[in-house]
Design a binder for this molecule. Structure first.
Ligand code: GLN
Ligand code: ZN
Length: 768
């Protein structure tokens, strides 16, 4: 019998119950017992769903109140000293509040302390808490949580498989505090970590657990030799554990780590054949005859319904060769997709029929396993047929194919991705057109989204406020924001984006080819969930999207109003994207739609247009060898969007991350006239990028961190710009905050910008 399981399941609940309970607990509205009870209910419901779907094992260990990587840190007793938890660690029971303090700096009990760093998990939009490591660190089993959950599942009568981040990936994700990853030999800690893992496995065996899945996505990245050797060492050591180990490699192909992974002394290997279908055969050829192969065929990273008939065919050989040693699974944890499609009552039936969320993917996984065994029941056969019909309808749906889009894309030439003249000439034309002072000041786009703005939008969406009334309110807000910027003396004002709920949703709602769910929440970090739109069809812009707002804002001032758009790569990256054509093609379609918007803005008299690309860097593939291929098309898409304008129209872009250095050449290749960037780390670090690389165009290194409520001082900002001036000619420097201001209040924004303008004046006095 082919065994069916999933790598993990979303823990937030179909209605984000976990978020509500956790936040209520933080705010004192719920006690710890009640929070724990919510956690238990969610786990039991998730296991029940897995069994109901017909999975053979339920996954235990994928639940976390905040983050599963944090929970492993806690399990290993890796709690940084500043949280004062020595006694809890020694007792073997780190409290929930200590974990919350590590995650967010504070909790209902315990002293506040600086939270651990958080960053994106592999190439997902999920954020984990970075394990904090230091030389000589010791580890000890410091939590009972996992074992309690195993008991919980066994008491409820479920067949348990435990899932846990593997020791190498946990170390791989960790770093020395205040140090760069490279500077610290994390592997020096491996033996200590393995001692605890061995103890954990021993305990699990004692609880009657047969299989433990160790997630090692580090295996789909480029690994230095020492790390490959460490894999060997670690798994030889863990081989002695009295449980069976399933080594899981989600998020891509094993590539040059394939021999390593196949050769490790474990009882089973899990591979991702959605992202890397070709590796199936290579693994089949090399798998030792006693090992289980878990094939991840159901996509945990996207929302499309699986082609079950096709997978049955594709996996028939594997079934024949492996017999009962074949397992069927999702390629990765379902954490990355929304919980249940059943809740989406407002999507039209056709579109709905194309989709599968986590709950539906459980059914797909179980059905596929039964299909391969030839033990499919009537319900399975119906499911396969329904899937085939849905896929057929998706392939043929007229609303997916807009022939005019393909035609237009086919006609795109290299000239369309090039501005008419090189930057040096454009800069002259722009200076004539814009008449800006030295060190011009601007902001990144949004101004505070006040309670009134949000209340107006809610009322509008609920039908309590007419469109006319809503838009009139937004215009009033724009007028206020423009007047404030004039009073402050901002050289290039913005309209403030009050009309935008979200920088992706706002554009998606106005473009054909996008759909929106009501409850399609996915955990981004902790209790924060996002609801990515679904990009299902060819992208068409039926009408201008932002022009009337920018035009109105420009009518209120003589200063050059900056238009504000979200870039093609970001619109792609922050959506669930169709899988029936290359992402590159979809991105180019978006770029063409944006290009029209850019040209329309110019025609409406907007002299500067910012195209935000905060997601450009996070789209980087996990393997270095694939970086350039991605960067080439991503840059081309940006340029396609940006290059329809005359020389004198100034194109800006904005990015929010400071790991700038390794892709600086591609950022330069965007050929934006001005780039404004985040510098939330130190100013020096950002500027390091310019040491070896002469950035050719203008740049606004954010002079203050908008994530902090502190008012930046004039002298501090001047000093920062002086540092920038050592690397970049002053004629090419702009003065601006490091990101949008929508999360701040006016009480902070006004004095901060006043100081920023003062700093620019001081710089002009010095350099003018
Ligand atoms: N223009 C956007 C804003 O100011 C940019 C947001 C972002 O950088 N993520 O809000
Ligand atoms: Zn930003």
């Amino acid at each position: 019998m082919t065994l069916a399981h999933v790598i993990g399941y979303p823990r937030i609940g179909a209605d984000r119950e976990l978020k509500r309970a956790t936040e209520a607990y933080w705010q004192g509205g719920l006690d710890r017992q009640a929070l724990e009870a919510t956690g238990r209910e969610l786990r039991l419901a998730n296991w029940a769903a897995q069994r109901e779907a017909g999975l053979d094992l339920v996954t235990v260990g994928d639940f976390a109140f905040y983050d599963q990587v944090l929970d492993v840190s806690v399990l290993l007793g890796a709690v940084p000293a500043r949280f004062g938890a020595e006694e809890e660690v020694a007792r073997g029971e780190v409290s929930l509040d200590t974990a919350f303090r590590m995650a967010r700096g504070r909790a209902p009990s315990g002293e506040p302390a600086a939270a651990c760093e958080m960053t994106k998990y592999f190439d997902t939009n999920y954020h984990y808490l970075v394990p904090e490591l230091h030389a000589g660190q010791t580890f000890r089993l410091a939590s009972r949580r996992l074992f309690d959950q195993v008991d919980e599942a066994r008491d409820a009568g479920y067949p348990v498989k435990v899932a846990l981040t593997g020791p190498l990936t946990w170390l791989w994700l960790g770093k020395g505090r205040g140090e760069a990853r490279e500077d610290f030999d994390r592997l020096s800690l491996l033996d200590g970590v393995l001692d605890v893992y061995a103890e954990v496995l021993e305990r699990l065996a004692g609880q009657g657990v047969e299989w433990v899945q160790l997630d090692e996505p580090a295996l789909v990245q480029d690994l230095p030799l020492a790390w490959r050797q460490a894999f060997e060492r670690a798994y030889h050591r863990l081989q002695a554990a009295p449980v069976k180990l399933l080594l899981a490699s989600p998020f891509g192909g094993l590539g040059d780590n394939l021999s390593l992974a196949v050769g490790l002394p474990v009882d089973g290997l899990h591979i991702d054949v959605v992202r890397a279908p070709a590796q199936l055969e290579a693994v089949l050829d090399r798998l030792l005859p006693h090992k289980v192969l878990s094939v991840g065929a159901i996509d945990g990273r996207n929302v499309w319904r699986a082609d079950l008939a096709l997978w049955r065919e594709r996996l028939a050989t594997a079934r024949m060769r492996l017999g009962e040693r074949l397992w069927i699974a999702t390629n990765c944890s379902l954490l990355h997709v929304p919980v249940d499609l059943a809740a989406e009552t407002t999507l039209d039936d056709e579109l709905r029929s194309w989709l599968a969320f986590a709950r539906q993917k459980l059914d797909e996984t179980a059905t596929l396993a039964r299909l391969l065994d030839g033990r499919a029941g009537a319900a399975d056969r119906d499911r396969v047929e329904a899937a085939s019909r849905a896929l057929q309808s998706r392939r043929e749906a007229p609303r997916l194919q807009r022939p005019e889009v393909a035609e237009r894309l086919a006609g795109v030439t290299a000239d369309d991705t090039r501005r008419r003249s090189p930057f040096a000439e454009r800069a002259v034309a722009q200076q004539r057109h814009l008449a800006l002072p030295l060190f011009p000041t601007t902001t990144i786009g949004s101004f505070p989204q006040t309670a009134e703005i949000r209340a107006d939008r809610r009322a509008f969406k609920a039908g309590e406020l007419s469109r006319e009334a809503y838009e009139a309110r937004m215009r009033e807000e724009i007028a206020r924001v423009v007047a404030r910027q004039e009073a402050l003396g901002i050289d290039m004002p913005v309209h403030g984006e009050p009309e935008r709920n979200d920088m992706v949703e706002y554009f998606g709602e106005q473009l054909d080819g996008y759909a929106f769910t009501r409850f399609g929440w996915v955990q981004s970090y902790g209790t924060r969930c996002v609801k990515p739109p679904i990009l299902f069809g060819d992208v068409v812009r039926p009408a201008a999207m932002t022009v009337r707002w920018s035009e109105y804002a420009q009518s209120l001032t003589d200063r050059p109003m900056k238009g504000m758009l979200t870039g093609p790569v970001t619109l792609l990256q922050w959506s669930f994207v169709r899988d029936d054509q290359p992402r590159e093609t979809t991105c180019r379609q978006i770029a063409l739609a944006l290009r029209d918007e850019v040209v329309d803005l110019e025609a409406a008299g907007i002299r500067a247009i910012q195209i935000d690309e905060p997601a450009l860097r996070e789209g980087l593939p996990l393997r270095r060898a694939e970086w350039q291929g991605y960067l080439d098309w991503a840059v081309a898409c940006f340029r396609l969007a940006a290059s329809g304008v005359r020389d004198e129209t100034q194109i800006h872009t904005h990015m929010c991350y400071s790991e700038f250095n390794d892709i600086i050449a591609s950022i330069a290749a965007l050929d934006a006239d001005v780039i404004t960037i985040e510098t939330s780390r130190s100013a020096m670090e950002l500027l390091d990028a310019f040491q070896d690389f002469a950035y050719p165009n203008a740049i606004g290194p954010g002079v203050y961190d908008i994530h902090s409520p502190n008012i930046p001082e004039v002298a501090w900002m001047v000093a920062l710009m002086e540092k920038a001036a050592e690397r970049i000619p002053v004629e090419r420097l702009w003065v601006n905050p490091d990101c949008g201001l929508k999360t701040r209040g006016w009480a902070e924004v006004e004095p901060a910008l006043a100081n920023m303008v003062e700093a620019a004046r001081e710089l002009r006095r010095r350099h003018g």
